[in-house]
Design a protein around this ligand. Structure first.
Ligand SMILES: [Zn+2]
Length: 409
């Protein structure tokens, strides 16, 4: 019997947002056993061995498979994640995301190996710039065009489905539980990836709650930008990397030529609404893209942004862009541990999947937007996270666009 890897206990605790004391209380309440916080601390620091009995109690209290605690944790430096932080970002938020990303990345790679699938697409390394210092917009436009080729997208026109394009090229796109968990504070980042992790399939995690379809598309394109542009360490600051990824997202979603044919200094706000509908890009992001390409002046940009604010569109923009759902990881799990019933419905043997991947079923279920478990056919129900799907669509008023310009006051 393998023993507990101290790093894994700490990982589970941070993903579940539990202090050592809270874990001790949870064990007390659910397992009627006493493992003091001080002892949990000593176990995590490798100062004492965790007995098999204690390991069982900890695993049961957290509702994690024993296998989770036996696994080695690959060291992922939190700084290798593209998760954007601000002064307001809580450390507990970052720790939970780092922990969940590690769980996810390890699970993806196990399934990839099991299925004998190809790992990291080699074109990323081919396209990845190596020179130090920031890129200009022409460079980024060029790299984005070559990326479109690799994603088998036309060189012109809207990206019909950003998620499917990424998945076709072997990049996994997965909603993450720890992102947007608490709605009372504003999430500092809506996506995460690890460009420096050069082994295994690339994984893009994203926030699923309370985010519109156009925002999610932009987030995925932005994280793709990090994967392509920041695979090699180019001595950039975090801010420079963010700017590059943002420019890349605009460039891949709306190529320069298309933007030049669509937007000019005289484009009215109401026309931006129609462009949004055709391109699946938010009005704010379109204004930024047009400004970055020099298609609108700084004054025009400011004027448009004031109109956007005045109409309350910073919070809720008109036009609903469909939410894209990933399918690749779900289908991989179906192939590895069960069967694919339809492109969107997969049934797995949850016992095997959980044991082999060392991940609680509720995470596999969340990461795949819903997974059926074979055991449920005989009445054994797996625990799942409460459904939050109702929060992701926003209501769009029918009364926009309004053609007349709005007062600037
Ligand atoms: Zn970023």
């Amino acid at each position: 019997m393998a023993s507990l890897n101290p790093g894994r206990l700490m990982m589970a605790r941070t993903v579940e947002h539990l202090s050592q004391r809270q874990l001790s209380e949870l064990i007390e309440h659910t397992q009627h056993a006493h493992i003091p916080a001080a002892k949990i601390s000593r176990i995590e620091n490798g100062l004492v061995e965790c007995s098999a009995t204690d390991l069982n109690r900890i695993a049961a209290a957290l509702d994690y498979p024993i296998e989770f605690f036996n696994m080695m944790s690959e060291d992922l430096n939190p700084l290798d994640l593209t998760y954007r932080r601000t002064a307001k970002t809580r450390i507990s938020e970052v720790n939970a995301i780092v922990g969940e990303y590690q769980m996810l990345d390890a699970a993806v790679n196990k399934v990839t190996n099991k299925l004998g699938m190809a790992h990291r697409p080699s074109w990323i390394d081919v396209l990845a710039p190596r020179q130090s210092g920031p890129l200009d917009i022409l460079d980024i436009d060029r790299i984005a065009q070559r990326t479109r080729e690799q994603l088998r997208l036309e060189s012109k026109g809207a990206v019909p489905n950003m998620t499917r394009a990424l998945e076709r090229s072997g990049i996994l796109v997965v909603p993450m539980r720890s992102m947007g968990e608490s709605s009372e504070y504003k999430q500092t980042s809506e996506g995460v990836t690890a460009p420096a992790l050069r082994k295994g399939s690339p994984v893009i995690g994203y926030i699923r709650r309370q985010v519109t379809g156009d925002r999610m598309r932009f987030t995925k394109a932005h994280e793709l930008g990090h994967l392509v542009l920041h695979t090699h360490h180019r001595g950039l600051t975090k801010k420079q990397m963010e700017d590059e990824a943002h420019t890349f997202a605009g460039a891949i979603l709306m190529p320069r030529k298309d933007a030049e044919n669509t937007i000019s200094e005289s484009t009215m706000l109401s026309e931006f609404v129609a462009i949004k509908a055709g391109w699946g890009i938010s009005i704010s992001a379109l204004v930024m893209r047009a400004s970055a390409l020099g298609l609108i002046s700084a004054d025009r940009k400011r004027s448009l942004q004031m109109q956007i604010s005045a109409r309350g569109w910073r919070k809720t923009e008109p036009v609903t862009v469909d939410v894209e759902y990933p399918l690749l990881f779900k289908q991989m799990l179906g192939k590895a541990y069960g069967h694919i019933d339809s492109p969107t419905e997969v049934t797995v043997n949850s016992f095997d999947a959980v044991k082999e991947l060392g991940v609680p079923f509720r995470y596999l279920d969340f990461w795949t937007d819903g997974l059926k478990a074979e055991s449920e056919q005989v009445g054994v129900y797996e625990r799942r996270f409460p459904d939050d799907s109702d929060t992701q669509m926003m209501v769009m008023p029918n009364d926009c666009p309004t053609p007349q310009d709005v007062s600037m006051k």
